[in-house]
Design a protein around this ligand. Structure first.
Ligand code: MG
Ligand code: ZN
Length: 223
């Protein structure tokens, strides 16, 4: 009984901080996106390509979540944008980011100079979906190498998200993955979820993703 109460309290406390974060983003006219995926699905590579393509048009910042190491933050630092690494090792090795960690990280960024903030969550398809960070949209990156049944196995993250990026499309011909089955499985869980197939390596499908991003930003900033 007590355990259940504690979990509810924890999520409620998280939601209060998430709401504060969202207010700060809105005040600064920032579009904040929460990027989720399994380990190795290519979130960081998608970010690298995105910043590379749109870096002249938007001021980006990244909050990078990992259990340990700052390898991904180092990869993004070459774009000369604000990157703050959160390693959850110091928070007991949590397998997800929460609103409190994001709030602390935000304080290290000059938010008045940011248009789009990416929050790269810990590679994990389970609990990241449960924690509101104050973002405006949740984006899942699913690599084609993960098979067709991920949406059926991890429904919550697919149900709660606003966009699915199916990454590593360049590997399709080698993998023998049934793409239609993957899309059908996704539709069963969340019929309204927009899906963009892309390859961060060959840039196939990237136009649609960048277009989605621009549209979200326009909606947010009214410009
Ligand atoms: Mg990464
Ligand atoms: Zn977790």
């Amino acid at each position: 009984m007590r355990k259940i109460t504690m979990l509810t309290d924890l999520l409620e406390a998280n939601d209060v901080i998430a709401m504060e974060n969202r207010k700060v983003f809105d005040r600064n006219r920032i579009l904040a996106l929460n990027l989720m995926s399994s380990p190795g699905a290519g979130k960081t590579t998608v970010l690298e390509k995105t910043i590379d393509k749109l870096g002249k048009r938007f001021h980006f910042a990244v909050i990078e979540g990992d259990v340990a190491t700052s390898n991904d933050a180092k990869r993004l630092a070459k774009y000369k944008i604000p990157v703050v690494q959160i390693t959850t090792e110091t928070f007991g090795g949590a397998c997800h980011l929460d609103a409190n960690m994001v709030q602390r990280a935000m304080q290290k960024i000059d938010l008045s100079k940011v248009d789009i903030l990416f929050i790269e969550n810990i590679g994990n398809l389970i609990c990241p979906a449960e924690f509101d960070l104050g973002e405006h949209k949740k984006v899942i990156v699913l690599s084609l190498t993960e098979g067709e049944d991920k949406p059926s196995k991890y429904p919550v993250v697919f149900r709660n998200s606003d966009l699915l990026l199916v990454n590593k499309m360049d590997l399709w011909s080698y993998l023998g993955i049934n793409l239609n089955l993957l899309l059908r499985n996704t539709k069963k869980i969340n019929p309204k979820l927009p899906i963009i197939k892309l390859s961060a390596k060959t840039e196939e499908g990237f136009k649609s993703w960048l277009e989605w991003l621009r549209k979200q930003y326009q909606k947010k900033s009214g410009s």
